[in-house]
Design a protein around this ligand. Structure first.
Ligand code: NI
Length: 259
């Protein structure tokens, strides 16, 4: 059993074969998939997928790239969407100083506004943080809630601060890349009860499929690389990360009991 805690199956890359990809994921032992919104449209599409498939859950939120679009009206719409029974998180939200598609102060405000919304609704958050970990941590200081830093790309030196906030660490495909020594050193030391595994498909395709479209089935390659980095079996990683996903996101899987 395995959970992919970060997918974008609503994206156009899956338009030609979405049903087949989802069927393959189920056959590969995925007990749940969390499809994550990046704007209002993809948040609605995530909910639509969650309504269509029992093992798909949704997160709703506005990506930092689109922080400029976060108005009181948009927040009101997100609040309404987030009340859907299959919405398990607010995300993906955060800061992206690598592409800087919205001005940084606007990104910080949109991030803070959506954190406040998550706290109000009692939902965890899925955070995108690229080249912005210091500011991400400072915005999170004093926020009372929990969540995951998805596709973690920070070094081991900042890990303690993230863990001290009570957050989970999401590891994705780059952990399989031959020269990703730093990320593997992170994957090796994250406490087992704070680890999540994800694909971020269609992006970040793991080896041996790097360069092609990613899909949830490949989450096993991520788990395999994490397992090797820790000297554990892939089954141990799968079981622990599944339990973590259930605990953080309140997923209802066959044979597990959400808290
Ligand atoms: Ni994503």
């Amino acid at each position: 059993m395995m959970v992919d805690t970060h997918t974008h199956l609503d994206f156009a890359e899956f338009d030609a074969d979405r049903e087949t990809v989802i069927a393959r994921a189920r056959l590969a032992g995925l007990a749940a998939i969390v499809n994550v919104g990046a704007d209002l449209e993809s948040s609605r599409a995530s909910i639509a997928l969650a309504e269509q498939y029992d093992f798909i859950y949704a997160a709703v939120g506005i990506h930092p790239h689109d922080a400029c679009t976060v108005t009181p009206q948009v927040l009101e719409e997100l609040r309404a969407l987030a009340r859907h029974p299959k919405v398990v998180a607010v995300g993906e939200i955060g800061l992206d100083y690598y592409r800087d598609l919205s001005p940084r102060p606007v990104q910080r405000q949109a991030f803070a506004d959506q954190l406040a919304l998550a706290a109000e609704l009692g939902l965890p958050v899925i955070i995108h943080s690229r080249d912005a970990l210091e500011d991400t941590l400072s915005v999170l200081q004093g926020w009372r809630g929990t969540g995951v830093l998805h596709s973690y790309s920070g070094g081991p030196e900042r890990l303690e601060k993230v863990l001290a906030l009570g957050f989970f660490i999401g590891i994705s495909g780059p952990v399989t890349f031959p020269n990703a020594h730093r990320l593997r050193s992170v994957a090796a030391v994250v406490p087992l009860d704070r680890l999540l595994i994800e694909t971020d498909c269609p992006y970040l395709t793991p080896e041996p499929y790097r360069g092609r479209r990613n899909e949830p089935t490949y989450v096993w390659y991520v788990a395999g690389a994490v397992a090797r980095a820790r000297g554990m079996s892939a089954e141990t990683i799968a079981q622990a990360t599944t339990e973590n996903a259930v605990r953080l996101l309140g997923l209802k899987l066959p044979g597990t009991r959400p808290e």
